[in-house]
Design a protein around this ligand. Sequence first.
Ligand SMILES: NC(=O)c1ccc[n+]([C@@H]2O[C@H](COP(=O)([O-])OP(=O)(O)OC[C@H]3O[C@@H](n4cnc5c(N)ncnc54)[C@H](OP(=O)(O)O)[C@@H]3O)[C@@H](O)[C@H]2O)c1
Length: 355
Amino acid sequence: MTKRKAAILGSSGMIGQRFAHMLHDHPYFEVVAHCASDRSRGKTLAEIWKLSDIELNPELAGQTIRGTAVEDLAREGVEVVFSGLPSGVAGDVEHGCAEEGMAVFSNASSHRTDPDTPILIPEINHQHLSSVEIQRKRRKKAGFIVTNANCSVTGLAVGLKPLIDAFGLHQFNVATYQALSGAGYPGVPSVDTLSNILPHIVNEEEKMNSEGRKILGGFEQGQFVDSPVNILASCTRVNVRDGHLEAVFANKPDMPDKESIVSVLDGFSSRPQELSLPSAPEKPVIVRPEPDRPQPLLDSLAGSPKRARGMAVTVGRIRTSADSLRFFLLVHNTIRGGAGGSVLNAELAHREGVL
Ligand SMILES: NC(=O)c1ccc[n+]([C@@H]2O[C@H](COP(=O)([O-])OP(=O)(O)OC[C@H]3O[C@@H](n4cnc5c(N)ncnc54)[C@H](OP(=O)(O)O)[C@@H]3O)[C@@H](O)[C@H]2O)c1
């Protein structure tokens, strides 16, 4: 099969490096351009590599980063763009790529609230992909943008979806313990994080609710319809490298027992598993029975097969009473909550014939 020509934007960043790793030797896409700002232009991937848990593949080490010029990508026939740009830059650049006919899979928040642009998580709302047909009609050359969600809401939504469907839960409280890599590189100043926890992440709590409602809602008659779900979040930044841990609380009369909750989470499977997408985890939610799991250090890279490492969400410490449910949930913020989410979205688009 001929692979689709792809470019990575924000190649030198935390998300961009994950893209380079996940897209290396990919069955559907071939990366022909690693792009970043003038600060990185001319550097090799070996020179900018910061990931500690994944070794840079020797075949990638010598590849050079170039500037970000939409017209060059269009001229070179790039069909698919994976974007790890900061939101301040992503808005115009991603729009430009879509206008030039490219399919853009973005991590930035710039287009998440556009009325014809999905926040796609294939296990939850694969039907939302059809919104790109509306987008295409207003684009000069029929490209489109698909976004993925804020990293903490991605993991949460994957864990909540089976519970919402099975038990009608709608009101959730969540406290997050978010990793430093969630703020990009170099991110939060180290003196602020040593022996410390920061109890505020700008706009994060608002995004968890508004994005959660769009993701978990429907797409009907050409419009997104918000879910009635209500997520009240308290977000903190903690001194952890990768992996957002979240403590989730829900109340309702006649709460199902722990065995029922475990069975629903453990049995969750959806469209990516049905299609055996290359980066889809065999089990989107892994339930750990141990009293001290999930932990960022031990569980962030959960997920199999190999290409889906870091794509599973881990749930543990499930506790129920007659009217309450509590559990911890862990998501790898730069894989499932970042680059991996975009790669899975692109795989779905490819297999559903949307590209
Ligand atoms: N980190 C996460 O956990 C996470 C999760 C989900 C979504 N996101 C979102 O993903 C995006 C990237 O996050 P990140 O953590 O990877 O950030 P990052 O580490 O700060 O990387 C940003 C990247 O964008 C490039 N860039 C900056 N300004 C540019 C410009 N004017 N033109 C071209 N390239 C430019 C940088 O290149 P230089 O190195 O050359 O400056 C770098 O490659 C953000 O929108 C973020 O909100 C992040």
